[in-house]
Design a binder for this molecule. Sequence first.
Ligand code: PEP
Ligand code: MN
Length: 343
Amino acid sequence: MIVLMRMGATPAQIDAVAQVIRDSGHEPLVLPGGDRLAVGIPDALGADERVRLESVLSRMDGVSLVTQTSRPYKLASVEFHPERTLVDVKGVTIGDGHFTVFGGPCSIESPEQLLESAKVVKASGATVLRGGAFKPRTSPYAFQGLQVDGLRIMKEVADEVGLVTISEVMSAEMASVVAEYVDILQIGARSMQNFPLLIEAGKIRKPVFLKRGPAATIDEFLLAAEYLLSNGNPNVILCERGVLPIDRSYTRNTLDLSAIPVLKEHTHLPVVADPSHGTGVARYVAPMAKAALAAGADGVMVEMHPNPKVALSDGSQALDSAAFTALMGELRGLAGYLGVAMD
Ligand code: PEP
Ligand code: MN
């Protein structure tokens, strides 16, 4: 932590800051600067102490700014866990050096729709079938998903076709129910800070696919992951799915591609991109999926539908079967060029 003093701060004010730091059991480090001075705390601080000291110091006379030099997350950090986490789901490896494609419809609509989707996903070489059964819809009047019936369809179809499955869970109460039917629990963007859900999903040891909230900072995203990790679940996959755009007239969200190398630098967890929600427009999905692979993502989640025109949710961003298959071919070519394994 660094306490930047105001220009012209008096020696008494600087001493007072140093004394507060000393009183908390740390030796202050006075850092002289050109026109103003800073006081550093070189020790690692616990989360509660950091918050307490920040609030005490920032209101002291002569203090301009208090900044944190170390990151607030721990279990998610590369410093704490230098080996890259590989999440193994029924033989599908997600993480460093592997590129995993999660494909399927936004919503599970019927056994026929999901089976047709699953066959395309499987035939194209993708390994994880996605499909929402509990849908977080902006409007309460929009299709809410088939719920547990949808999960039953998911399980039947995946068993028949042979794919790993992922579906969203929206509440702590439903986490164990969804976990009975699917291999990976998805925590959606809107639920990224649903703390009871994070705690419950942490306790259930199924892999969790955590989507970044539309307005979440990287620290908030990794602290949400920290909830899962600190509750005992090491199998966490992060997903960048786009943040609030400046201009919604062209894309639904802004896929934050720079978050991919940033996350890969600061965390050991696998990082996946979702160019479907990231753009909201089917024709922009393939370019952004390839950009995500080039940026170092460990996979992409892509919405597809056998007939996007009649999709009950997110039809405008769904690839049809041919476009999905074509994208898989392009990703495979690019992965080969980059030396990344693609099952
Ligand atoms: C989804 O994957 O269909 C979904 C609702 O995603 P997000 O939580 O990113 O909006
Ligand atoms: Mn969707």
